[in-house]
Design a protein around this ligand. Structure first.
Ligand SMILES: *[C@@H]1O[C@H](CO)[C@@H](O)[C@H](O)[C@H]1NC(C)=O
Ligand SMILES: *[C@@H]1O[C@H](CO)[C@@H](O)[C@H](O)[C@H]1NC(C)=O
Ligand SMILES: *[C@@H]1O[C@H](CO)[C@@H](O)[C@H](O)[C@H]1NC(C)=O
Length: 468
């Protein structure tokens, strides 16, 4: 007994050491053996989304799954038109692998033309965010960019609630969030692959619920902003009082509005407008600061294009007004805004007085098609609504490509005399509080202008649409 007693401290020490050793081994264990992956999918064709178990990644193999005999499905990761579809297929390996088991949920996505603010947002980031909501918005989500349609390596801020964002190209390491896979294999217990081709445009198979846009907007406003950011400090206040806060956005290179001072002047004289100019040509205008720049506006006026996408971050009863050039208008932003619930109007120029002529722009567009026009032809190209006959000689069957490009991008004037009554009509038609956005759309010229059938059919008058 005495002898045994002597050994008790040693026995105790041994046991403690053993326990500590086991604990350390268990916690730093680099590897588990992962036998097999499985998957199940919803949707079909280009709108398929698949959930995988044991979805693995390392620097040598890239993304892969483990299965002895079945090939994983190919999944489209892009949320745009069918021409933009890009198909992702993880590599398949036969045998079990040694890996670090990851209990986070991984979301695998693709981006469409991320250099473009609105494509990044409406065809990339928000579809991903919406998919994350659909799959329960796990608090420990990771993301992985598997494909990029055009403009690879654009610096982007992947503004979704994910801890880490796995990328395969070192040039895509833009913020602290991005990491590249290492030698050590990681296997995620659960991965959601694809976002199901969802967006608010006519060419997407699935819809994004209006509530998901609202949730994304709120999420962006939880992010800190710098008051000295040049996107905000470049705002010029022309008049600081007035019942309606108007933001005027111009563009420097293409689609420039040449008589904005005239419009500002007239708005000042009207008396009830608080007026400011905003400049999104600032590189500091990332999503967070763009949102700050427009959040208090009642009305945003901008040339047709990218900047209108900022409408998402405006107040729920705000209006977006697009200024088109003569002979060219597009519905792109009418689709996005009717899904979000933002009022949107296009102001067309239908008189020669608001038409501008840009021979240099015309020549540079034509140069891309290897076409040089003589003076008479150039005249026709810039002044006629249908210069197809002139162009057909040079580009038979494709004559409309440069024509439409020019008509879309050319500078423009605002027909101020017509604009002011149009603006008054828009203000007057604001629906009373308590009327839902879809209900307000039942009356013409309330949530969208008269030329809005396509967007309203898809996003409002649709039992599977964003408002259901
Ligand atoms: C803005 O302020 C932050 C922090 O106060 C500072 O780090 C940054 O350099 C400033 N930026 C500019 C453009 O002044
Ligand atoms: C224009 O010409 C160049 C050189 O001849 C050629 O490489 C290019 O493909 C042509 N572009 C088009 C749109 O025809
Ligand atoms: C310009 O080209 C057209 C043929 O496309 C020709 O008929 C016309 O005479 C030319 N005009 C001049 C001023 O060279």
């Amino acid at each position: 007994m005495i002898y045994l007693k002597k050994y008790i401290p040693y026995l105790f020490l041994t046991l403690v050491s053993l326990y500590v050793l086991l604990y350390i081994t268990w916690h730093t264990a680099p590897t588990d053996t992962i036998d097999q992956s499985s998957w199940s999918c919803q949707g079909e064709g280009r709108n398929t989304i698949c959930e995988f178990t044991n979805f693995c990644i390392d620097s040598k193999t890239g993304p892969f799954i483990i299965h002895r005999d079945s090939q994983p499905p190919k999944i489209n990761l892009i949320n745009a038109d069918p021409d933009g579809d890009m198909w992702f297929e993880p590599t398949r390996v036969n045998g079990p692998v040694k890996a670090i088991r990851m209990h986070q949920t991984l979301f695998v996505y693709g981006l469409y033309s991320p250099f473009h603010f609105s494509h990044f947002l409406y065809n990339g980031l928000i579809p991903l965010y919406s998919t994350m909501i659909e799959y329960g918005m796990p608090t420990d989500a990771w993301t992985m960019r598997a494909l990029t349609h055009w403009t690879k390596n654009t610096p982007v801020d992947l503004l979704v609630p994910s801890e880490k964002d796995i990328v395969f190209d070192g040039k895509d390491l833009h913020t602290d969030k991005q990491i590249q896979p290492g030698h050590q294999t990681l296997c995620f217990s659960k991965a959601v692959v694809g976002t199901g081709n969802r967006c608010s445009l006519w060419h997407c198979d699935r819809h994004i619920p209006a509530t998901h846009y609202a949730s994304f907007k709120n999420y962006v406003f939880t992010k800190p902003h710098l008051p000295n950011n040049t996107c905000l400090t470049s705002i010029v206040h022309h008049k600081r009082t007035g019942k309606y806060r108007v933001g005027l956005l111009n563009r420097k290179s293409t689609r420039h509005i040449t008589n904005l001072p005239e419009l500002i002047d007239r708005l000042e004289k009207e008396g009830d407008f608080d007026i400011r100019s905003i400049d999104f040509d600032q590189s500091a205008c990332d999503i967070v600061h763009t949102a700050q720049a427009v959040k208090d506006l009642d009305i945003l006026i901008a040339p047709f294009g990218n900047g209108l996408g900022a409408g998402l971050f405006m107040k729920d009863d705000a209006v977006v007004i697009s200024i088109s050039a003569r002979w060219y208008s597009e519905e792109w932003f009418k689709f996005s805004m009717t899904a979000i619930g933002r009022r949107i109007f296009n102001f067309e120029c239908d008189r020669a007085e608001c038409q501008e002529y840009e021979p240099e722009l015309a020549a540079s567009i034509l140069k891309k098609y290897n076409v040089t026009l003589n003076a008479t032809e150039m005249q026709a190209f810039m002044t006629e609504k249908y210069p197809g006959k002139t162009m057909r000689t040079y580009l038979p069957g494709k004559e409309w490509n440069p024509i439409l490009q020019y008509q879309k991008d050319v500078a423009r004037r605002v027909d101020v005399d017509k604009f002011i009554p149009y603006l008054r009509m828009i203000i007057e038609n604001k629906p009373p509080k308590g009327v839902s956005y879809p209900d307000s759309c039942k009356t013409e010229n309330v949530c969208c202008d008269k030329n809005c059938k396509g967007p309203l059919d898809r996003n409002i008058r649709n039992e599977h649409g964003p408002w259901q």
